[in-house]
Structures are given as structure tokens and as C-alpha cells.
Design a protein around this ligand. Sequence first.
Ligand code: FES
Ligand SMILES: [Fe+2]
Length: 395
Amino acid sequence: MTLLDPPATPGAARAAQVDLEAEATLEHCGALREFWYVACTSAELTARHPLGRTLFGLPLVLFRGADGEPAALRDRCLHRNARLSEGSVLSGGRLGCPYHGWTYDTAGRCVEIPSLGPRQCGETLDAPAHEREGLILRPDQAGHVASFPVIEQDGLVFVFLGGDPSRARRPPFRTPCWNAPGWASYYMITRFPNGVTNLVENFMDVPHTAIVHRGWFRNPSQKRVPATVERADGSVLVTYSQEKDQVEGLGKLFNPGGKPMVHTDKYYIPNVTRVDYSFGEAGFVITSQCSPVSAADTLVYTAISYKLPFDVANAAVARALMPLFRWYTKRVILQDVDIMRIQRDGLTNSPGGGVFVSSEADLLHSDVEAYRTWLRLGAQGSPPSDEKRDIAFWI
Ligand code: FES
Ligand SMILES: [Fe+2]
């Protein structure tokens, strides 16, 4: 306890819970690395240009091979360590370094060194002299840049940094309703100045919506919201009893007939949230996948999927409305970016950050923290036990 800590309140549950540094670096993140993480969208990764991305503090370069399949390598040339992501994709789907043109295949093998000429072999020095100086004669002697397993699905490119991908704790997360009949979907990519645990909590959090998104998504109405929180099998499912509740803004479009609202939020280890609002057949699903860049820097890939309540020409109307939805959802997300920056500043502006006090509305967040802490500490022993509890709070 430091001088800055408030005196303990009898009965208050207080514990150090979130370590932004540890959860975002490969050396300290424990079993959090044993999952697939989104590195980019399929649309971002063209056939012509490499793409630089950082995951758990590790710079990566992504590019497409001759067959169009994505590849991921460490973003560092073997020669003089220039960033390969500043280079170019050459014929045959090979990656050329921007400095002296050393060239790599999708497995990270060096396949060409322009200065070795057409024979691709050292010419002047004899072999023993080359060896004495540690010089290589041919590209295959250069070794290879570290490569990482990649999977492309549902318009996203996933990378695995945990070694053998057959040991991944979960398959890459499938985007709900992607290409489903009657549904339209799009991705948004947002940079958040905070860590994954805090972001996941924000995306699952209802009480802040009436304050941070006042008028845009929900208005304070002093309504009591009962909910059930189920923690099981690496997920936290929250089912709200809000049949008479309504969402504001564009959300109103989904429910012109005033049907009962069904709202669930679900967290999946280690970094995904899924928020569902449905009104009969219509509704929308917001899926957020968080990819840690560094301690307080996260790229979030948000899938917005929606089904409108009109049967006729639904697909055409859904497509026509997409720019409006994009504008609206961007505005709402930027409000969250702002509040996540404000939280990060509070967490990091003095010693003793990452110690939270929770009320009943925060039970689901404590469950998320329990899973993520268990993973960060190496997933030794049993995971947090399965629990099902009722809560109630006011918004
Ligand atoms: S640094 Fe990459 S070719 Fe020289
Ligand atoms: Fe929010």
C-alpha cells in the first residue's frame, strides 16, 4: 500500500487487476499469445504493397505470395535490418527490401541478393576468405527471416505468434452474420490509446452508454436493468432484461414497430466481444476484435452487421444505407476512443494504477479480468470456475 492509496473500505473488493505493459508484450503476456489475432483486413492487404503491422510489440510485414495467400514475416531485413514493409512486392509474390534489394519468399527465405549478380554467387574472394570474414556466397546461406502462420477468413487476416499453430487455444474468431442472407456487414478499424482488457470492458459496458453516448445511443432514463451474467468455457455472456428499452439514434431504424428488444453481450477469450440487439427478425451485431500493438495502443477491428426490418429490397436498402451507418458508428466509436484516452491518462498518471473498485454493474468486467489475468499468468491450473449470477443496475 502506498501513501496514495485510499484507506480500505470494509467489504470493498479491491485488487490489482490490469497490467497494460504485461498484457501487450510477447515476453510477459503468458498464454495470451496462444491465440490468433487480426493483423489487418483482407482489403488492406493488396497484391502490390507490403503492409507493416505491430502485434504484442513485434513489428511484422504482411504481403501476398504468388498464389494470393497472405504471409507474415518479422519486419526486418537480414542484411542491414531495414524495415521490409517499406519495400515492395516483386514478381512471383516475393518481397524486396527497400535498401539493397535482398529478396524473400513467403517462408522468409532469402532467395536473391542483387549485388551477387546473375550467377548469385560471390566471385572475388576465395571460399576460406569468405568464411573468415563471415561473408555468404549465396542467398540460401543468409538464413531466413522469422515467419508466422497466417489464416484469412471472413475478410480478415489473422496471425499466430504462439509457435506451433496446432496448439492454438481457439480457432480464429468467425465474424457473425458475415455474408449471411439478408445481412449487410462492414469493418471499421480504430486505433485506441488503451489496453485490451480496458477496451473489452468498454465494449461490454452498458452504464457508460447513457453518459459517454448520451443522445447518440442512449439517454439517461433512471431505468432498472436486471441481467444475468454467465461465466463459462472462456466466455462471459450477459443477457439483459430490457424488453421495453429502446436505443436512440440510427438504432431506431431497426424497430419501427416497437418490438421487444433482446440484448446480449458476450466476451470470448482473449480479446473479442459480441454485442447483439435484436427486434424480431431485424437487428444488429457489433463484433470487436482487439489486437494489442503495445501497452496503451490497440487496433480494434469492429464488424458491424445489420438486418433491416423491411422484407422487400432489403439488400439494396441495406447497401444504400451503409454510408450513413458508417458515419454514425464512427462518431459513436470516436466517443469511446476519447473516454479510453481519459481512462488511460488516469491509470498511468501516478503510481498504483490498475486497481479498480467495482459495483454490481461491474461483475461482468471482473469476470473478463479473471480470464485475462489467468491467461496472462500462463493459464496454469484451472480456469476461473463456471458461474451464473443475477445482477441489476440503473441507467
Ligand atoms: S538492408 Fe535490406 S537489403 Fe540491405
Ligand atoms: Fe461506448
